[in-house]
Design a binder for this molecule. Structure first.
Ligand code: ADP
Length: 153
């Protein structure tokens, strides 16, 4: 049976931190489905179609990575994708506390789906989409923090 993992998130926008989690996840799983959670109550900076296009471009040469937009619970999305794993990245202790509760709730709702945490490399741990959005709002240069070749302007 193929090991399929969902990597869920907002990816608003995708960063080199996300990219490195996917790259490392590919050592563990046969396929990774990047799931862009389209949370209607959350105002995004980039519309979902742009976030989708950025991710598609970044992984265009990697056939084991796909990208899908979803609404609703991540565990329901995993079932639709035949995925038994959820990947989440951990940067800080604060990430851990937040993620712990979500993973435990998900596991209690659907024990067959295991959340796997990948600790970010030290060079990636300060990178967050929210700080990148702040830099963009103030017309700063984010090219160091996002995958090469994306036009975020
Ligand atoms: P969410 O809104 O679900 O937190 P994000 O797009 O911000 O969505 O993050 C998606 C996942 O990627 C989360 O597991 C987050 O911890 C992880 N992540 C974000 N930035 C980094 C980074 N720099 N290094 C490692 N993991 C990261």
């Amino acid at each position: 049976m193929k090991k399929i993992a969902v990597f869920p998130g907002s990816f608003d926008p995708i960063t080199i931190g996300h990219q490195e989690i996917v790259r490392r996840g590919l050592h563990l799983f046969d396929e990774i489905v990047i799931g862009i959670g389209n949370n209607t109550s959350k105002n995004s900076y980039f519309p979902v179609d742009k976030r989708f296009a950025f991710i598609e471009k970044v992984f265009s040469a990697e056939p084991r990575v796909s990208v899908t937009v979803y609404e609703g619970l991540t565990i329901d999305f995993c079932k639709r994708m035949n995925a038994n794993f959820i990947i989440r990245g951990l940067r800080t202790a604060a990430d851990f506390e937040f993620e712990r509760a979500i993973a435990q709730m998900n596991s209690s709702m659907e024990p067959a789906i295991e959340t796997v945490f990948i600790i970010s490399g030290p060079e990636y741990s300060p990178i967050s989409s929210s700080i990148i959005r702040e830099i963009l709002k103030n017309r700063g240069d984010v090219s160091k923090f996002v995958p090469a070749g994306l036009d975020l302007s």
